[in-house]
Design a protein around this ligand. Structure first.
Ligand code: SF4
Length: 123
């Protein structure tokens, strides 16, 4: 029986200057996500909508949960990169807006997204 593939989690902090992440301790947050939630990995990227973000998606080979800006913005910015990687952004990405949240709020949003993914995979 093959083992279930866990999704990766990427947080994008908009170069670290965006006021949208001021209410959060991003290091505590990413550590809590990667240690306590069922993800393959968790890391912080400074600016996912730049070219190195696109290059990362080319190597992702798995579902990714992206905690960053508004999902409709993410969809526009990442659609082509997912396509180039042979992935479908609607199926292979879970795009979450975690701006203006505390650690607890953002953690809960990611946790709920993982629970929803799990339910979808089981149905
Ligand atoms: S992906 Fe969104 S949060 Fe990240 S740098 Fe681009 S605009 Fe900012």
């Amino acid at each position: 029986m093959s083992e279930k593939q866990l999704p990766g989690f990427i947080m994008c902090v908009c170069t670290g200057k965006c006021p949208g992440f001021k209410a959060m301790d991003i290091w505590d947050f990413i550590n809590q996500v990667r240690v306590e939630l069922p993800v393959e990995y968790g890391f912080i990227h400074p600016q996912l909508c730049e070219e190195d973000g696109d290059r990362f998606f080319l190597k992702a080979h798995r579902k990714v949960i992206i905690g960053a800006c508004a999902p409709n913005m993410q969809r526009k910015m990442f659609k082509q990169a997912f396509k180039d990687a042979g992935l479908d952004i609607e199926k292979d990405a879970v795009m979450l807006d975690i701006r203006d949240m505390t650690n607890e709020q953002a953690f809960r949003v990611v946790e709920q997204a993982l629970e929803k993914l799990d339910e979808e995979e089981e149905s």
